[in-house]
Design a protein around this ligand. Structure first.
Ligand code: GLY
Length: 351
């Protein structure tokens, strides 16, 4: 088992992340030992409960249907009521088991129930393992957009069992790989030196075959990169913005296609390609680095997203919640594994 610790100075919060490739059948004991004798409720994805219900026979289980549209106010309220019915106090715990949807809504319930209680993340998708379960961003959606109602509320612990990933469809698995590739291009800003780009290049075929030990190592690298960022900037005032590499354009594609046509990872990959092209057109990177990105992305064979009309995409990018003015904020590559923030007000003359 690998244990990595998160130590956030800003809020003086520390918590462990356990990556456990063995003892998959011991999940329940691992978690119950960790929370000792506290009362708890479990919020679990319906899919995960159907596949692994026998291993996860906790008490006080709330099953959440799958899909981004479940991250809504109605379900949030139901979860809070479930906590009240089970008499959770401020000393008790919410346990989330599932992908980003479950983690986000359960985490937001934990952030608000009696002004905030502890929660534990057990991510079951690659996307949740490498991104949403770590870092404390919790939220629900409303009619104005995704993740617009939320909080920063760090988990008390994260338990990762890569074994869960084996039952993901290749497309669901690859949506996590979109975020993994993002980390490879921002590594130097994280002040770490794993050469993730090289690791991905050498191991892509093992990764696509769900090789357990390669996946364990990959998750460890990605989480370490994310931790190094959030430890310095928990609330996204500056450095954490690099985690949005590929997301400005990616979010706009997700929005214009009603979050249905493409996965988040596919949109992030399209966003990375867009960011590279923008950087190249502005002489920030040379052709070799552009080709390196294209070669790597080709190896993972993501679903292709056609070019959408920029005239329609630009207004959406301007309303992204990460934008602060009329200009569009982009994180762009400037060197090997290194990115920088730029603002553009006239993209149409560039493309
Ligand atoms: N997913 C981006 C972040 O956690 O900041």
């Amino acid at each position: 088992m690998i244990e990595i610790n998160v130590n956030i100075k800003e809020s003086q919060i520390s918590y462990p992340i356990f990556i456990n490739n063995n003892n998959f059948s011991n999940i329940k004991n691992d978690v119950l030992n960790f929370i000792s004798k506290k009362n708890y409720v479990v919020i679990i994805s319906e899919k995960v409960s159907k596949l692994y219900g026998n291993l996860l026979d906790f008490d006080n289980i709330f099953v959440l249907k799958d899909g981004e549209n479940q991250k809504n106010f109605n379900n949030f309220n139901k979860i809070l009521n479930f906590c009240f019915k089970n008499k959770l106090t401020r000393d008790d715990v919410i346990i989330s088991i599932g992908g980003g949807v479950v983690g986000d809504i359960a985490g937001f319930a934990a952030a608000t129930y009696m002004r905030g209680i502890d929660y534990i993340q057990i991510p079951t998708t690659l996307l949740a393992c490498v991104d949403s379960s770590v870092g404390g961003k919790v939220a629900i959606n409303n009619s104005f957009g995704k993740n617009l109602v939320g909080a920063f509320h760090q988990p008390k612990a994260v338990f990762i069992y890569p074994e869960f990933l084996k039952t993901l469809s290749l497309r669901d698995f690859k949506t996590g790989l979109g975020e993994v590739i993002k980390y490879a291009f921002i590594e130097k800003n994280c002040e770490l030196d794993f050469n993730l780009l090289n690791f991905l290049d050498e191991n892509y075929s093992k990764i696509l075959n769900y090789d357990s030990s390669v996946l364990e190592h990959l998750i460890k690298l990605c989480i370490s990169l994310k931790i190094s960022v959030i430890e310095k900037d928990e609330k996204e005032s500056n450095l954490r913005r690099i985690l949005n590499f590929g997301h400005t354009y990616g979010h706009a594609i997700e929005k214009i296609t009603n979050y249905k046509k493409y996965t988040h990872g596919e949109c992030v990959v399209a966003g990375i390609i867009f960011a590279f092209n923008l950087a190249f057109k502005n002489n920030l990177i040379d052709k070799n680095y552009l080709f390196l990105m294209q070669d790597l992305i080709k190896k993972f064979d993501f679903k292709k997203i056609p070019d959408y009309d920029l005239k329609k995409i630009i207004p959406i990018m301007k309303t992204d919640k990460k934008s602060t003015s009329d200009k569009i904020r982009f994180i762009l590559p400037v060197d090997y594994s290194c990115v920088k923030e730029f603002f553009f007000d006239d993209l149409l003359t560039i493309f």
